[in-house]
Design a binder for this molecule. Structure first.
Ligand code: UT7
Length: 366
C-alpha cells in the first residue's frame, strides 16, 4: 500500500494580495509551556532508557510536563491570551475559536467552548477539530476559509496538549517522545497587520489509521512503579498512545518533502526560495531526512524539540513563536509550516512574513 499520496488541489491566494482570494493575515502567534522540566536523565530513574538513546534517536533532551493542578484549559488560555495581548486585540473582537487537541480531558463540551467562556469572548462560534498533530494547520486553513467567506472577522486557533496524561509511562518506545504545551494563532482579514496566508495544502489517508492511535490503558499499567507524581496524573479518557514508530517515520519524511514541493509549485517559486520550514516537531531525524531530500541546509528548519519534545498539534506555533521572537523571520520571508500525524493527516501552509506579533507567556517558565 502506498500511503499518503497528496490528492486535492492546493489553495493559493491571488498574487496581488487583493481580488477575490486575498489571503488572510496571521496577526499573532502565542505560546505557553508548563514550568516543570523533565530531562532524559530524569526518565532514566524509572524507565529502561538512556539519555544517549533518546538524544541520538530523536534529538530530544528534555520536555515540559504539566503539574497535577494545570489543565488543558489553563494552558490553552495562557497561549490564547499571549496572542491576543501581542496583537492588541480584545477577546471581545474574536468571533470564532477553533481548538485542536489530541489529549483532551473530555469528549464534550469542547475545549473551544470552555476557552470562549474563560477568555470572555462573545457568543460566536467555538468548536474543536481533530486532525492529531496536523490540527493547528487544519485550524489555520479553516480560519482562512471562514474569514474569506465573511463568516468570521477574527479567528483564534488554539492547539493545546498534555500528552503526559496520554502516554503509558511504562512504555519506553512512546513515553520519551512527548511533552506538554500550547500555542495559538490569531487570524484576521486581509486588511489586518500580519503575515499573509499565501497557499494551503491539506490531506489525509485513513488507510494509515492503524499506525498511530490510542488503546485502553491496561490495569497493570495505571501506576508506574517508582515513577514521579506526574506519571500518576489521571489519564486522558483512560487511554494511552500506541504507535508503529517505523511506519510513522517513513510516512512523515515522505509527506513533509511532498507538501513543501507542492506548496512551492502552487505559488510558482523554487523550493529553495522558501526561507524557513517550521515543521511539526516530531523528531530531529525526521526533519534531517526531509531536509536532505529537499537539499535544504538543516538550519533552514526551525527546531526547538530538543528542549520541549514532541508537543503534537501545539508544536508548530510553539516553534514559530520561539524562532520569530529570536529574530529568525524577516519581512518578506516565505515561511512554510508543515504538519503530519495520526489519521494519517497532513497539512502545509505558506506565509509571506509580515508584522505578525509574538506573545510568549513567560508566566510559568522559571
Ligand atoms: O507526531 C508523530 C510522532 N511519532 C514519531 O515521531 C515517531 C517516528 N518514529 C521514530 O522516530 C522512531 O521510530 C523511534 C524514535 C520511535 C524509534 O526509533 P527506531 O530506530 O525506529 O527504534 P525501534 O523502534 O526499531 O527500536 C530499536 C530498539 C528496540 O530494541 P531491540 O528490539 O533492538 O532490542 C527497542 O526496544 O530500541 C529499543 N527502544 C529503546 N531503547 C532505549 C525503544 N525505545 C527505547 C528507549 N530507550 N526509549
Amino acid at each position: 500500500m502506498n500511503l499518503a499520496e497528496p490528492m486535492g488541489p492546493v489553495w493559493r491566494a491571488d498574487a496581488s494580495g487583493s481580488g477575490t482570494n486575498p489571503g488572510c493575515r496571521v496577526m499573532a502567534v502565542g505560546s505557553a509551556l508548563p514550568a516543570k522540566r523533565v530531562t532524559n536523565s530524569d526518565l532514566e530513574q524509572f524507565l529502561d532508557t538512556s539519555d544517549d538513546w533518546i538524544a541520538s534517536r530523536t534529538g530530544i533532551r528534555e520536555r515540559r510536563v504539566a503539574d497535577p493542578g494545570e489543565t488543558l484549559l489553563s494552558l490553552a488560555a495562557r497561549a490564547a491570551t499571549a496572542a491576543l495581548s501581542a496583537a492588541g486585540v480584545e477577546a471581545s473582537e474574536v468571533d470564532t475559536i477553533i481548538c485542536s487537541s489530541s489529549s483532551p480531558d473530555d469528549t464534550f463540551p469542547s475545549l473551544a467552548c470552555r476557552l470562549q467562556a474563560e477568555l470572555g469572548c462573545p457568543h460566536g462560534t467555538a468548536f474543536d477539530l481533530q486532525a492529531a498533530c496536523s490540527g493547528a494547520i487544519y485550524g489555520l486553513a479553516l480560519a482562512q476559509s471562514l474569514i474569506q467567506t465573511g463568516m468570521s472577522r477574527h479567528v483564534l486557533v488554539v492547539a493545546a496538549e498534555i500528552f503526559s496524561r496520554l502516554v503509558d509511562w511504562s512504555d519506553r518506545s512512546t513515553a520519551v517522545l512527548f511533552g506538554d504545551g500550547a500555542g495559538a494563532f490569531l487570524v484576521g482579514g486581509p486588511d489586518s497587520p500580519g503575515s499573509q496566508i499565501v497557499a494551503v495544502d491539506l490531506g489525509a489517508d485513513g488507510r494509515g489509521a492503524g499506525a498511530l492511535g490510542t488503546l485502553e490503558l491496561p490495569i497493570e499499567h495505571r501506576v508506574t512503579p517508582g515513577g514521579p507524581e506526574y506519571t500518576a496524573s489521571p489519564r486522558s479518557l483512560g487511554r494511552v498512545v500506541t504507535m508503529n514508530g517505523r511506519e510513522v517515520f517513513r510516512f512523515s519524511t515522505k509527506i513533509l518533502e511532498q507538501v513543501v514541493l507542492r506548496l512551492a509549485d502552487a505559488v510558482g517559486v523554487e523550493p529553495g526560495q522558501i526561507s524557513t520550514v517550521v515543521s511539526h516537531q516530531a523528531n530531529s531525524r525526521i526533519l534531517e531526512t526531509a531536509a536532505g531530500r529537499l537539499k535544504f541546509p538543516f538550519e533552514r528548519f526551525m527546531t526547538n524539540l530538543d528542549m520541549i519534545g514532541n508537543t503534537s498539534s501545539a508544536s508548530i506555533p510553539l516553534a514559530l513563536a520561539e524562532g520569530a521572537a529570536a529574530g529568525d523571520c524577516v519581512e518578506g520571508d516565505l515561511i512554510c509550516l508543515v504538519a503530519f500525524g495520526a489519521g494519517l493527516t497532513w497539512g502545509g501552509l505558506l506565509l509571506s512574513w509580515g508584522s505578525t506579533a509574538i506573545g510568549i507567556d513567560q508566566g510559568a517558565v522559571p
